[in-house]
Every structure is written in structure tokens, then in C-alpha cells.
Ligand binder design. Structure first.
Ligand code: BLA
Length: 514
């Protein structure tokens, strides 16, 4: 079908991924009414996984399936959370054989959802195993001097304990796009440093990943398993699988992974201030199942890392802050010795650029302009400043993509797509503008980038990830790297220092004239 011209990438945000009505086939799912313990919905693969067909489970009681101790554990947890009992060690007898499962339970809207994953025969849930797996890395996380060494230790450890071929830390920027900031892999191709568009992990997925910290896709080529009946028979509502471990994955994401040449994927949320800060993303080129207890160890590492994020980021910024403080001091010194604002700043020169990692700056005072590094022409700067003035907010204006709002900038977007403007004095017409060039974004698709685009449609317009990449490339034209919060902070501080010096100079002048 021909894709609708009005389509945009926010369509990806609308897929209700928490209610797919399907699970992945590496386990079975039972839905139990919490008040009666009656089984009201089951996945259609119970015969393959539990050796009991769905119709022999539906309508029966969970009491008949589990032993009394496990029922007691579940009952005790109904009024609180289930984390303390997960996983239940469940054994099902079939003929004279015993089959062992991890039972993972959670509660949702008056329902108990029990998911059973076959336990590998050599697997025992030993606390000591868990402790051994995480002990060393917890110390390394705590001792790491800043963010990047911490990330590097974590990817190395997760790869060591899981055996994934590639483990990465993916960090979101302030604009929602993201980049790979650490990687451990035995593959030739490296994803380190690559940036990916915001639509690769849509809004509702990011929201879901703040509730549910780990997801595993052991084999992207799986056949999804339906629920019987497809809706909750008591409410006629689809089953909310937000907290399920077997939830079937969005077909768009499956296609994305196939395009990348990935067969198994696992990701662990990294959360800061209740927001998704990033993901630990793991890839394998062949099917790979990670047993529940090992997933718990990985999730725990993600949680410890999440707690440490703020600390490590603070030290990451501390070197930068130190440099900024030195620059500010030099700046103030130069200003207090100079006769005019412009003269003072001129003596600082290129250092003004380092303050906010810019590639160009222009300082205006009255009708004079001083340009440093790569900047638009003086006339262009003059017109730009006149356009910026009414858009200042608390003396500051910032943009990452100037030409989107100010079309005249289209001709110099390779010099000034990002602009940071600071008003020092409206009366004396003192302003500083910093510039950053357009960043040409590259994404590596691993798989074959020339494979034809397949557009999927079920009546609603949907889009395949490869097509979306082309769209995204259009949307990032004329975009610079985002200004960081610490950079904005640096210029706000700079303003109050400059204003302080100017006021003192004015006072001194007044005293002299007295
Ligand atoms: C989910 N997208 C994801 C996930 C990751 C990425 C890690 C989490 C699921 C998982 O663990 O596999 C993206 N993976 C990446 C990125 C890298 C990586 C950026 O390894 C970089 C190295 N995806 C698209 C488009 C859409 C889309 C256009 O490219 C929508 C139209 C959707 N991505 C999408 C959806 C999910 C997702 C819907 C949620 C999948 C789910 O949980 O059901």
C-alpha cells in the first residue's frame, strides 16, 4: 500500500504494546481471579509447556495445580507485592516424570497472573550463585570514578554472565534520541558512539520500561501464542501485560531487530528520577534464552547502576565545572581591567567557545559586533539577534535547530543550527550568541540497508522501521547536538558575574564623579 503523506513518526507512539493479547512461546501464562483462585484465561500453549491442554485448566482452581505451600505464599502476597516470592519453584508431575518451572507471579486489577518458564535441568536457585554473580560488579560500580568507567564495567560483566555477543549502554539525550556510550562485543562491527532517533524506542515503550525493568526476546522468529479466551471473560477487557515477562513484542520492533541482524535481545532499564535514563541493551545473532534467576541478577545490576547514576554524572561534570570556573574567573578579571564590555570579552577570545563547547560566538555591544570562530556574517548576526530578542526567556534563548523556526538560517545551518543567546543588558545592547553546526546523523543498520522497505498495514497506517529511518533523517536536517543543562547553567552564572562587574564599575564611576 502507499503510505499516507500525512504520516509522521508519532504513529509509533500509538501502538498499545501493553495489550497485545499474545505472549512469547518460551513459557505459559495463567490468569487467575484473585478472589476465587479460579483460572479464567490461559495461553494456548499449555500442552506444549505444562503438558496439560488449555480446556483442562480453564475453569479449574489454581489450588489443584500448585502445592499448598505455594498457594500460601501467593495468598500472603495478594495484599502486598510479589517480588519477595518470585520465582516460585514449581514442579508438575506428568506420568512418572517431574517437570520443573520458574513461576513468576504478579497481580493486576484483581487478577493474579502466573507465568511458568521451564527451568533448565542444571538450574538451582541458589542465593550464593546470585551473590557470586553480582558481588564483584557492585564494588566496581561503587568505586568507578565517573560515568563512563562505570558503564564499561557493567557491559563487560553483563556479557560475561549472560554470554550475549554484544552488550551496550544506550543513553537518551535531552531530546529523546540516544547514543551508545559503552559496548562490549566479540563482533567486528561496533555500535559505539552511534546515535539513534527518538522513534526507535517510542514513548509508550519508554513509559512501560519504567514499570517493568527487564525484557527478553529469546528468538525474534517466534510464533506468538494467543490467550484463550482472548479477552478477560469477566470484564471483556484485553489482558494488561505491562508487568508480564512473556508479553509478546511489538511486530515493528521485531522487524527492527531482524533488520539489524539480531535474533535474541534483552534490555534492562536504567532509571533516574523515575525517568528512563537509558538501557543496557544486549544482542545475539542466534536464539538465546536467559533463565529467570540470571535475569534477576542482571536486573539487580541495572538497579544498583541506576542508583549510582546521579553520583557518577556529577563527577563526570565536575571536571567540566572546574574548567568553567577557571574560565569565569579569567573572564571577570579581563572584564574588570578593560574599559568596555567588548574590550574585555575580546581579550578572552577562543576561550569563550570552550565555555559551552561551541564552534563560533558573536558578541554585540551597541552597534558593534565581534565574531569568534565559525559564525554567520555580521549582517546575518544582526538580523538574527533582532529576531531572537522577543524570544528571550529569563535573558536566555536556546535552539538546537534554528532554521526550523527562522528560515533565513537555512543558508548557514552548517555553521549555526544550534544557537545559545544570552542578554547581558538590554539598555546597552550587550548580547553574546554561541553557535553549533548541523550534526549529520548516522545510524548503522547492521543488516542489509538496501533490503526493500516493507510497509505493513492492517487497515491503519503503520510504518516499518526502515522507512521511519528515512523520515527521521529528514527530521534531523538542520539539527545540532543539544545544549546540555550544565552548559546552560554556565552561561546563566556567567551573566550574573558580568552584571556584578558592570554594576561595581558603574558604582565606582558614580563615586568618582561625586
Ligand atoms: C523497543 N527499541 C526497543 C527496545 C530497544 C530499541 C532496545 C527495547 C526492546 C528490546 O529489548 O529489544 C532500540 N535497540 C534499540 C536501539 C539500539 C538497540 C536504538 O540495540 C541501538 C544500538 N522502532 C522503530 C520504529 C518504531 C519502533 C520506527 O524503529 C515504531 C514505528 C518501535 N521499538 C519500537 C517498539 C518497541 C521498541 C514499539 C517496544 C517493543 C516492546 O516492548 O513491545
Amino acid at each position: 500500500m502507499v503510505i499516507n503523506e500525512t504520516f509522521d513518526l508519532t504513529n509509533c507512539d500509538r501502538e498499545p504494546i501493553h495489550i497485545p493479547g499474545l505472549i512469547q512461546p518460551h513459557g505459559a501464562l495463567l490468569v487467575v481471579q484473585a478472589s476465587t483462585f479460579q483460572i479464567i484465561q490461559v495461553s494456548s500453549n499449555t500442552l506444549e509447556i505444562l503438558y496439560v491442554p488449555p480446556d483442562q485448566l480453564l475453569g479449574t482452581s489454581l489450588l489443584d495445580l500448585l502445592d499448598s505451600q505455594q498457594i500460601q505464599q501467593i495468598q500472603q502476597c495478594i495484599t502486598r507485592d510479589f517480588e519477595s516470592i518470585n520465582p516460585l519453584n514449581i514442579t508438575i508431575t506428568y506420568g512418572n516424570k517431574y517437570y520443573h518451572f520458574y513461576g513468576i507471579v504478579h497481580r493486576h486489577n484483581g487478577l493474579i497472573i502466573l507465568e511458568l518458564e521451564p527451568k533448565p535441568s542444571e538450574q538451582t536457585t541458589d542465593f550464593l550463585d546470585f551473590y557470586q554473580q553480582v558481588r564483584g560488579i557492585i564494588t566496581q560500580i561503587q568505586k568507578a570514578t565517573s560515568l563512563l568507567p562505570m558503564c564499561q564495567s557493567v557491559v563487560k560483566k553483563i556479557r560475561e554472565i549472560t554470554g550475549f555477543e554484544r552488550v551496550m549502554i544506550y543513553r537518551f539525550d535531552t531530546d529523546g534520541a540516544g547514543s551508545v556510550i559503552a559496548e562490549d562485543t566479540d563482533q567486528e562491527l561496533s555500535y559505539f558512539g552511534l546515535r539513534y532517533p527518538v522513534s526507535d524506542i517510542p514513548k509508550q515503550a519508554r513509559q512501560l520500561y519504567t514499570l517493568n525493568w527487564l525484557r527478553l526476546i529469546p528468538d525474534v522468529n517466534y510464533q506468538p501464542v494467543a490467550l484463550i479466551p482472548d479477552h478477560n471473560p469477566l470484564t471483556n477487557q484485553p489482558l494488561d501485560l505491562s508487568l508480564s515477562v512473556l508479553r509478546s513484542v511489538s511486530p515493528l520492533h521485531i522487524e527492527y531487530l531482524q533488520n539489524m541482524g539480531v535474533t535474541a535481545s534483552m534490555s534492562i532499564s536504567l532509571i533516574q528520577d523515575q525517568k528512563l535514563w537509558g538501557l543496557i541493551a544486549c544482542h545475539h545473532t542466534s536464539p538465546k534464552h536467559i533463565p529467570y534467576n540470571l535475569r534477576t541478577a542482571c536486573e539487580f545490576i541495572g538497579q544498583v547502576m541506576s542508583v549510582e547514576l546521579a553520583n557518577k554524572e556529577a563527577s563526570e561534570h565536575s571536571d567540566y565545572k572546574m574548567q568553567v570556573k577557571l574560565l569565569q574567573a579569567e573572564f571577570i578579571e579581563a572584564l574588570s581591567q578593560a574599559n568596555t564590555f567588548l574590550e574585555g570579552i575580546e581579550s578572552i577570545g577562543n576561550k569563550l567557545l570552550n565555555l559551552v563547547n561551541a564552534t563560533g560566538a558573536v558578541i554585540s555591544s551597541g552597534n558593534r559586533y565581534i565574531r569568534i570562530g565559525q559564525t554567520p556574517l555580521e549582517l546575518e548576526c544582526h538580523a538574527l539577534l533582532n529576531w531572537i530578542k522577543p524570544n528571550l526567556h529569563h535573558n536566555v534563548f536556546t535552539t538546537q535547530s534554528l532554521s526550523k523556526d527562522y528560515p533565513a538560517a537555512e543558508s548557514y545551518k552548517d555553521i549555526a543550527s544550534g544557537v545559545l543567546a544570552l542578554e547581558i543588558s538590554q539598555v546597552h545592547h550587550n548580547y553574546i550568541l554561541w553557535f553549533r553546526p548541523e550534526e549529520i546523523q548516522t545510524v548503522n543498520w547492521g543488516g542489509n540497508p538496501n533490503k526493500p522497505v516493507e510497509i505493513v498495514s492492517d487497515g491503519n497506517v503503520r510504518i516499518s522501521p526502515r522507512k521511519s529511518f528515512a523520515l527521521w533523517q529528514e527530521t534531523v536536517q538542520g539539527c545540532a547536538l543539544p545544549w546540555k543543562r550544565c552548559e546552560l547553567q554556565a552561561i546563566v552564572e556567567l551573566r550574573s558575574l558580568i552584571v556584578g562587574v558592570i554594576l561595581r564599575q558603574a558604582d565606582e564611576l558614580a563615586l568618582m564623579n561625586f
